[in-house]
Design a protein around this ligand. Structure first.
Ligand code: SAH
Length: 353
């Protein structure tokens, strides 16, 4: 545990004591900033493992996907590789190595706010330029943007229906000095989509304002300058009511309110909302489709075969990793892949006919 994360619960408690309950979004923002900022949570020995950490094949498929679009658009020079929340930089390193084989070495820009993970990323990709947020990203050339398990880490806002109407869901300290959620200030009905307004008491409506804003800004730039964005995450395409806020620690689900700053707080990604924002900015959308179908369409089976032939001693591990990424009962169906791209650019591969 990094020293700072121990202080998060204390800081949140003081904040609530001094100025009253805080929104779920504020709670999640403070907790996750400390969580990612203090240490590297990824990998088998950490709290959770992501697709690029399971196998190099994942980043390689991303690299092939990007290279295919770039080649079919006539190999334009001066493009940017942009990754949001690159973790350990593993996906980028695997993708960029693959892209180089197609003769493409774009300049690399990472949007990352964790000092601990930035250090790892600069080891994996030494020439990367770092950005705290989208504001400083270059905007003078086409961008190829990758976001794997990024949007799920952004803070969600929750509204809850009580007998008094819709209210912001907030975090308080209960009598046992534990963090707990409860209904807070009333909010205008108009914030809730019309078809959800009349619901059972206790219903929760969730939004992710940061995800929406990021998607909108990047979509606007892609529409202006060209390029494509690949979003991979767990999420849904048919929004409903209910909380998807969850905590993971040591590869197990935990109570999101038990230990802020020491577990990964995430929420499922609303792909429908992200797709609409891209479309409204003038982009085309492909997918979302299951990660398994997307990886298979790009040739992960063939890549696994060739790796197994080259490394017979590791064949069982390579095949197990392939199955974990592709099979429905593992990551293949829960994780979804969506492409958003400039309309005059080639239709991306991996999404069927
Ligand atoms: N994409 C990586 C890591 C996923 S974990 C992988 O697949 O392995 C989430 C990543 O997003 C971490 O790198 C975390 O530090 C970063 N992150 C979370 N919230 C962020 C924010 N608001 N701004 C920038 N980076 C953020």
């Amino acid at each position: 545990m990094a020293p700072d994360t121990e202080q998060v619960a204390v800081r949140l408690a003081q904040q609530i004591e001094a100025s009253g309950p805080i929104s779920i979004a504020e709670y999640m923002r403070v907790a996750n900033t400390a969580y990612y900022g203090g240490a590297d949570p990824l990998g088998a020995a950490g709290d959770f493992i992501t697709a690029p950490e399971i196998s190099q094949m994942f980043g390689e498929m991303v690299g092939i996907w990007l290279s295919d679009i770039w080649l079919r658009h006539g190999s334009p020079s001066g493009c940017y590789y942009v990754e949001l929340g690159p973790g350990r930089g593993t996906l980028a390193a695997d993708a960029l190595r693959t892209m180089k084989r197609f003769g493409w070495e774009p300049s690399v820009h990472f949007v990352e706010n964790s000092p601990a993970l930035r250090a790892k990323q600069s080891q994996a990709v030494p020439h990367a330029t770092f950005h705290d947020n989208l504001d400083s990203l270059p905007s003078d050339a086409p961008m190829f943007i990758v976001a794997n398990e990024f949007f799920d880490a952004l803070p969600v806002r929750q509204m809850i229906l009580s007998h008094a109407g819709w209210q912001e869901r907030v975090v308080v300290r209960d009598r046992g000095s534990r963090f707990a959620a409860m209904p807070g200030a009333p909010i205008a009905d108009t914030v809730i989509p019309e078809h959800f307004r009349v619901a059972a008491v206790g219903s929760i409506y969730e939004t992710c304002p940061d995800a929406a804003a990021i998607m909108q800004t990047l979509s606007h730039r892609l529409a202006q300058r060209g390029g494509a964005m690949l979003t991979i995450d767990y999420g849904y395409t048919q929004p409903g009511l209910g909380s998807t806020l969850q905590a993971v620690r040591n590869h197990q689900y935990a109570d999101p309110f038990a230990d802020p700053g020491n577990c990964d707080l995430t929420a499922h990604v609303n792909f429908l909302d992200l797709a609409r924002r891209a479309e409204n900015s003038g982009l085309a959308v492909a997918g979302p489709t299951g990660q398994g179908a997307w990886l298979s369409g790009l040739g992960i089976d063939q890549r696994a075969q060739s790796l197994m032939r080259a490394h017979p001693d590791r064949a069982a591990d390579i095949n197990a990793a392939r199955k974990r990424l592709v099979h429905r009962e593992s990551m293949g169906a829960l994780f979804k892949v969506m492409a958003t791209y400039a309309k005059d650019w080639p239709k991306p591969e991996g999404f069927g006919p």
